[in-house]
Design a protein around this ligand. Structure first.
Ligand SMILES: Cc1cc2nc3c(=O)[nH]c(=O)nc-3n(C[C@H](O)[C@H](O)[C@H](O)COP(=O)(O)O)c2cc1C
Length: 223
């Protein structure tokens, strides 16, 4: 697949077919993705690929934590959005809820939707990206993000869909329990991976972007 086509067609997939993804394909995706650049070639990323019983255990553990009312405690804390940025978050949520037929006041369906994220959207594979806690988080997060996007793009080459998601690792103690990732590692982000179910309504989501003209300052060009 052409790289630019891949970048243009990538979207977050939140409904997957149950079909397993061959380990060799995942290995090929990761082998390409770890060619991502990194600060001083530190390539600090470490990767846990989780499937089968291990992933089911994480899904169950996450849902139990959620149901118990435990406060999410991710290793990488993202503060809440404000102003325009918050509005964009609301806009994508409204679009997803409309596609899924979830009314604003329907607490039960909203809760079920939230649980889907904590269940890795029922994908057959979860990819957990993490890095050593001794490293500067500013650097490692940048480097890990580059790999995450590369994974999402490479996946398209194999007909696979992805959703980068913080929800999957919001209870890092659950992830650690079933992957063996030690406390000395900072769990950064997860990615749900699998073959997209194109009949799943939320997969019709089309996120918007502020156009290039509005986010770009051109310097030193004649026109
Ligand atoms: C760091 C990060 C964390 C994200 N976490 C979640 C998440 O927990 N749940 C979710 O449904 N989507 C999550 N997403 C996906 C974004 O919602 C999505 O990328 C955004 O709405 C744009 O949509 P698109 O990917 O389809 O273009 C995350 C994306 C990033 C980059």
């Amino acid at each position: 697949m052409d790289v630019v086509d891949a970048m243009r067609s990538r979207k977050s997939i939140r409904g997957f077919k149950p079909d397993p993804v061959p380990k060799e394909i995942i290995r090929e995706i990761l082998d390409a993705a770890i060619r991502a650049p990194s600060n001083e070639n530190s390539h600090p990323w470490e990767i846990a690929v989780v499937s089968g019983e291990a992933l089911d255990n994480i899904r169950r553990g996450n849902i139990e934590m959620l149901a118990s009312g435990a406060m999410p405690n991710p290793d990488v804390v993202m503060s809440g959005l404000k102003g325009t940025y918050r509005q964009r978050q609301v806009d994508i949520a409204v679009q997803l809820f409309q596609l899924m037929g979830i009314a604003r006041e329907d607490k039960e369906k909203r809760a079920e939707w939230m649980q889907r994220g904590f269940r890795f959207f029922d994908a057959p594979v979860g990819i957990i990206l993490y890095a050593d806690d001794s490293l500067d988080p500013m650097h490692t997060q940048f480097d890990v993000s580059a790999v995450a996007q590369s994974i999402c793009l490479a996946a398209l080459n194999y007909g696979l869909g992805t959703c980068i998601e913080i929800q999957g690792v919001m209870y890092p103690e659950v992830v650690r329990k079933y992957t063996g990732i030690p406390e000395s590692k900072r769990i950064t982000i997860s990615i749900a991976l699998g073959y997209p179910d194109w009949d799943f309504p939320a997969n019709k989501v089309q996120s918007v972007r502020e156009p290039v003209e509005n986010v770009t300052t051109w310097c030193g060009f004649d026109s």
